[in-house]
Design a binder for this molecule. Structure first.
Ligand SMILES: [Zn+2]
Length: 266
């Protein structure tokens, strides 16, 4: 069975660099605020990247201790289970304070150290215009850390060489930003839903006595799937995940790009 290298080590306060001992390189790293955010937002794309042969990882900024349901310990176990379903090579937790993620020097440095240790070429994260302050601040930290990691004199104490700046693809979830592109995740819908449901404390279970939250209502998981189906319909496939890229895209073969399935009504 696939065994992702996982660390559940967390810290309660700063500075909270939760480093993996191994220093292997990743192709793509998803950085999100809470332990189920990557699953909800980009797990179809992570599964697709894995199927294409890339090395994938997730960095959770917090343990989700502000969550109405579940405990940090339970959420860590659920994150491990979800990591296996997503076939991740690595999952890290930065132990930042849930509900209080800020672009502090500690937070930026911690992310820079992860980027320098694992050298991802592509980052997946939230869009900056997200109504959850943790999500918006995570996006800002990621963008700043991606740039700072290229500067040799930044965080010399970390004794890591600078890295090339990774490209950043922003997951579109909460606002109606027009996507730069949509990834076809039609083959990974079941695995994505299984990865989400691995966070059993957070979502609807008839037997649960915990307080009801927006995402634990019975219809929420259905809405997740409808979203995938909707974005898939915009590119003429069964399911998709939307992304925004701030920079101009460098296209090698416009014919190959523009003759893929699409929807003129999108
Ligand atoms: Zn979140």
């Amino acid at each position: 069975m696939h065994r992702p290298h996982l660390t559940k080590r967390v810290a309660s306060v700063k500075p909270q660099v939760v480093m993996d001992e191994s220093q292997f390189e990743l192709d793509a790293l998803a950085i999100f605020s809470h332990p189920d955010d990557a699953e909800l937002s980009v797990s179809g794309t992570l599964l697709r990247l894995k199927a294409l042969g890339y090395r994938t990882g997730v960095l959770d900024m917090t343990r989700g201790e502000m969550g109405t349901r579940g405990t940090p310990e339970l959420r860590a176990e659920e994150s491990v289970a979800a990591a296996r379903i997503m076939k991740l090579d690595l999952r890290l937790n930065l132990g930042q304070p849930d509900g209080h993620i800020w672009p502090t020097e500690e937070a930026r440095t911690a992310v820079v150290r992860v980027l320098r240790a694992h050298k991802p070429r592509v980052l997946l994260t939230t869009h900056w215009d997200d109504p959850h302050p943790d999500h918006a601040n995570t996006c800002r930290i990621v963008r700043e850390a991606a740039r700072l990691g290229t500067m040799a004199r930044y965080d010399e104490a970390g004794k890591q060489p600078p890295v090339r700046m990774p490209a950043i693809m922003h997951s579109l979830f909460s606002r109606r930003v027009v996507p730069s592109f949509i990834v076809d995740v039609s083959d990974f819908v079941e695995e994505k839903m299984a990865a989400i449901k691995a966070h059993a404390s957070q979502f609807y279970r008839p037997e649960s006595n915990e307080p009801v939250t927006r995402i634990s209502q019975p219809g929420f998981l259905d809405q997740m799937e409808y979203r995938m189906r909707y974005f898939g319909s915009l590119i003429g496939v069964a399911a998709g995940e939307p992304f925004f890229v701030r920079e101009a895209l460098n296209v090698d073969d416009p014919m190959a790009l523009l003759t893929r399935p699409m929807n003129i009504y999108s």
